[in-house]
Ligand binder design. Structure first.
Ligand SMILES: [Zn+2]
Ligand SMILES: [Zn+2]
Length: 301
């Protein structure tokens, strides 16, 4: 084991503070990474504040961070994909059981025994739980390390590791959105990624927001149109016209208002995680054979 500097929270009401944590020495299949950048995900805040206590209580000290970009410092003897000096990324997962049906299908994010980057039981016993990227260094199995092209802005790459894949994945799973009318509900961390991807993939992109102050940002990020969702007239004008809607709202909201925006066979995919269940009107689904992927997230984060 070796020591690494990290920012940790000592409790749900404690601010993050400089700390020293233990990291395991790289095993044969591990990559040791010098961390250069780490994004701040809303999940980090939820976890630090123990707001997901009913699902996964926070173990303190808590070192969050799962949008990690860094440079390989050293590799274990069996590592084949990376060498010292390589630019790499680490997202929300650092391990899985490698044996369940999901792992065998190469979708380890659905593994029931997945090890999350932070606040998951540490199989190696280095600490009670895994510690994330608010640190100068991390050690990860090479199977959960991603290559980062050297020509990219590394600070800009970091948010792709969580917010990026969370929005990229459902858009790609839905299909080819080129020429389609695509809505993005909410313009926060996930929403702005959704807008950029949808625009890059050739969609006609419309942002739904309750904040008129976000109109300029939405257009600057690539949206073609902005609908102020509290304006019933604007909503009515677009009713029944969308092919696909990515809903990024993490708070309670009326999902039926957005289902009614969809045209025939339209799909809405949720990537936000509201605390309380959403009420879905059967009629909003029945008319137009609309459907919803009410768990669009590629991983719990
Ligand atoms: Zn995240
Ligand atoms: Zn598995």
């Amino acid at each position: 084991m070796y020591k690494a500097k990290a920012y940790s929270a000592a409790g749900a009401n404690s601010p993050l503070a400089l700390d020293t944590i233990s990291r395991r020495d790289a095993t044969a299949s591990d990559v040791q990474i010098e961390i250069l950048f780490c994004g701040i995900c809303h999940s980090d805040l939820h976890t630090v504040r123990d707001e997901w206590n009913s699902v996964m209580p926070t173990v303190y000290p808590c070192v969050p961070g799962h949008e990690i970009v860094g440079r390989v410092a050293s590799v274990g003897s069996a590592v084949t994909k990376f060498k010292p000096g390589d630019l790499v990324g680490v997202g929300c997962l650092v391990d899985s059981d490698h044996t369940c049906p999901s792992c065998r299908a190469d979708v380890e994010q659905f593994c029931p025994d997945a090890t999350f980057t932070y606040n998951s039981p540490d199989k190696h016993g280095t600490a009670p739980v895994t510690y994330g990227g608010y640190s100068e260094s991390i050690v990860v199995d090479e199977r959960f390390v991603l290559r980062v092209p050297a020509n990219l802005d590394l600070a800009g790459v970091a948010p792709l590791l969580c917010a990026g894949i969370t929005t990229y994945s459902p858009i790609r799973r839905w299909g080819d959105i080129a020429g389609k009318k695509v809505g993005v509900v909410g313009l926060g961390g996930l929403g702005h990624m959704g807008v950029k991807f949808a625009r890059a993939f050739g969609a006609h992109v419309v942002v739904f927001t309750t904040s008129p102050g976000k109109r300029e940002d939405a257009l600057r990020l690539g949206a073609h149109e902005v609908i102020i969702s509290t304006n019933a007239g604007e909503m009515q004008q677009h009713a029944g016209s969308f092919d696909f809607i990515l809903d990024t709202i993490a708070a309670e909201h009326d999902i039926n208002a957005y289902l009614n925006m969809l045209g025939r066979d339209g799909n809405i995919t949720l990537v936000g995680a509201p605390e309380k269940p959403l009420e879905v009107s059967a009629f909003a689904l029945l008319f137009g054979r609309r459907n919803g992927a009410f768990s669009g997230r590629p991983q719990l984060q």
